[in-house]
Design a protein around this ligand. Structure first.
Ligand SMILES: NC(=O)c1ccc[n+]([C@@H]2O[C@H](COP(=O)([O-])OP(=O)(O)OC[C@H]3O[C@@H](n4cnc5c(N)ncnc54)[C@H](OP(=O)(O)O)[C@@H]3O)[C@@H](O)[C@H]2O)c1
Length: 264
C-alpha cells in the first residue's frame, strides 16, 4: 500500500471550509451584473474585495460602499482591461489597498455581436482583447504571487457560447472558448503550487449584456432552456464562491456549467 493511502483515516471527519474569512479577492468588472453579484457574495463569505470597472464609476463605488458596510476592506479602480499599454497600472493600486490578492475573478467582458459576414476585424479585436487577452494580463499580474504563497484561486467567467457557439457571436464564442483553454493550461501549470484555476460557463443571465437582444430571440433562449427562465447573477456568484473557497481545493481545470440545463 502506498504511503499516501496508509494515511487514510475516517476519524475525525474534517468539515469542508466554505468561509472566505481573511482572504483578499479582486473581481474585474465588479461594477454591475454578474461581477457585482460576485463581489458582494465573496464579501458576504468574509473576503475583502476590490473591484475594477471601465466606465461605471458610480456603480462601482456603490458596490464598494456595500462591501465596506459588511465590515470588509474594498476599493475600486477604473481600467480598460483590453488596453495592453495601461492594464499593468492596476496592480500597484490593488496591492496598496489589499496587500495581496488570494482570489482573482476574471469576469469583465463585452459583446459586439454581428453575423460573421458583417463582423469587422475591429469587432473581433475588441472582444478578443477584453474577453481573452484581458484574462491573460490579469493572471500575469497576480498568479505568481499566489504560487509563491502556496495558495490561490482563479475563477474565469467563460460562457456556454464558448462551449457550443452561437449565431452572431463568432468573436465572443472564440474568446470564451479561448478562456477555457487558458483556464485548463494554467490549472496544469499551477496545480502543484496551491493555486486552482477553474472556469464557470454561464447560460443566459439577466444583466445589461442581455438588454440588446430582441424579445423574440430572448424568448427563443428561454424556450430552449429546460428550466424555462433566464439565470440570476447570484446563481453565478454562488458557483464562484464555492470554487474560491478552501473546500474546493481539489478542483482545478474544471468548467462549471450554470445554465438552467441549456447544455448538459
Ligand atoms: N449575461 C449573460 O447572459 C452572460 C452569459 C455568459 C457569460 N457572461 C459573462 O459574464 C461576464 C459579466 O457579464 P455581465 O452579463 O455581468 O455584463 P455587464 O452587466 O455588461 O457587466 C460587464 C462588466 O465588465 C466591465 N467591463 C466592460 N468592459 C471593460 C473593459 N474594457 N475593462 C474593464 N472592465 C470592463 C463593465 O464595467 P462598466 O460597468 O464600467 O461598464 C462591467 O462591470 C462577462 O465576461 C460575460 O461575457 C454573461
Amino acid at each position: 500500500m502506498s504511503a499516501e493511502l496508509q494515511q487514510v483515516t475516517y476519524e475525525p471527519f474534517e468539515q469542508p471550509c466554505l468561509s472566505l474569512q481573511g482572504k483578499k479577492a479582486l473581481v474585474t468588472g465588479g461594477s454591475r451584473g454578474i461581477g457585482k453579484a460576485i463581489a458582494l457574495t465573496l464579501a458576504a463569505q468574509g473576503a475583502d474585495v476590490a473591484l475594477t470597472y471601465y466606465t461605471g464609476c458610480k456603480f462601482a463605488e456603490d458596490v464598494c460602499a456595500q462591501i465596506r458596510d459588511m465590515g470588509r476592506l474594498s476599493g475600486c479602480y477604473a481600467h480598460d482591461i483590453g488596453d495592453r499599454e495601461t492594464v499593468h497600472e492596476l496592480r500597484p493600486h490593488v496591492m496598496e489597498d489589499l496587500g495581496q490578492v488570494d482570489i482573482l475573478i476574471n469576469n469583465a467582458g463585452i459583446a459586439r455581436d454581428r453575423s460573421f459576414k458583417k463582423m469587422s476585424i475591429e469587432m473581433w479585436d475588441d472582444v478578443l482583447a477584453v474577453n481573452l487577452t484581458g484574462v491573460f494580463h490579469m493572471a500575469k499580474q497576480f498568479v505568481d504571487d499566489m504560487a509563491d504563497r502556496g495558495w490561490g484561486r482563479i475563477v474565469n467567467i467563460s460562457s456556454v457560447v464558448g462551449e457550443v457557439g452561437n449565431f452572431g457571436q463568432a468573436n465572443y464564442a472564440a474568446a470564451k472558448a479561448g478562456v477555457l483553454g487558458l483556464t485548463k493550461t494554467l490549472a496544469r501549470e499551477y496545480a502543484r503550487k496551491g493555486v486552482t484555476v477553474n472556469a464557470i460557463a454561464p447560460g443566459f443571465i439577466k444583466t445589461r449584456m442581455m438588454q440588446g437582444i430582441p424579445d423574440s430571440a430572448l424568448q427563443a433562449v428561454i424556450n430552449q432552456t429546460p428550466m424555462g427562465r433566464l439565470g440570476d447573477p447570484s446563481e453565478i456568484a454562488a458557483g464562484v464562491a464555492f470554487l474560491s473557497s478552501p473546500a474546493a481545493g481539489f478542483i482545478t481545470g474544471h468548467v462549471l456549467d450554470i445554465n438552467g440545463g441549456i447544455k448538459m
